[in-house]
Write a protein that binds this ligand. Structure first.
Ligand SMILES: [Fe+2]
Ligand SMILES: [Fe+2]
Length: 170
């Protein structure tokens, strides 16, 4: 059952946004690599992969509905950061932007009475709550750490233990 075109356009926009997020996280990984904060770099790489999986999840959904996929142009990510804190703050605002976009996608689906889209969008709404919470926690921890280099290295080590998620429900 095909989606009405405006709704398909909104899903295509979301695919582009998830790819943009993926690029942004990869760029953030480069910042941490350059600082030899290997754990944070690894965390960002995993996050970048996860965003790509999100894009593909929307991609598959649009195709399954019989609509056309049109990936939009991807904006160059921010690349100049001063501190790990600045990077994670940028990550949080990016996640907030994505959350808003999914909420508006949900509204478009509601307005179009396209109930078939609800379960997927529900999954993403929950995913966004989790992602914002995770990044906020890291920001809180960085605040405690302040200029304590030893504590920063401990957090770096901890974040490096993150492994790729299975993206259950995909
Ligand atoms: Fe995402
Ligand atoms: Fe995300």
């Amino acid at each position: 059952m095909r989606m009405p075109q405006p709704l398909a356009d909104a899903f295509n926009h979301q695919i582009t946004l998830e790819l943009e997020s993926s690029q942004a996280y990869l760029q953030m990984a480069a910042f941490f690599e350059a600082k030899s904060l290997k754990g944070m770099a690894a965390w960002m790489r995993v996050q970048s992969e996860e965003e790509r999986l999100h894009a593909v999840k929307f991609f598959d959904y649009v195709l399954d509905r019989g609509n056309h996929v049109r990936i939009g142009s991807i904006e160059a990510p921010a690349a100049d950061f001063d501190t790990p804190m600045a990077v994670f703050r940028a990550a949080l605002s990016q996640e907030q932007r994505v959350s808003e976009s999914i909420a508006s996608l949900y509204k478009s689906a509601s307005d179009a009475a396209d109930a078939a889209s609800f379960p997927l969008l529900q999954w993403f709404l929950e995913e966004q709550i989790e992602e914002e919470a995770t990044v906020s926690e890291i920001i809180d921890q960085l605040e405690f750490i302040g200029s304590d280099g030893g504590a920063l290295l401990l957090l770096d080590r901890e974040l490096g233990t993150r492994t790729a998620t299975t993206n259950e429900g995909a």
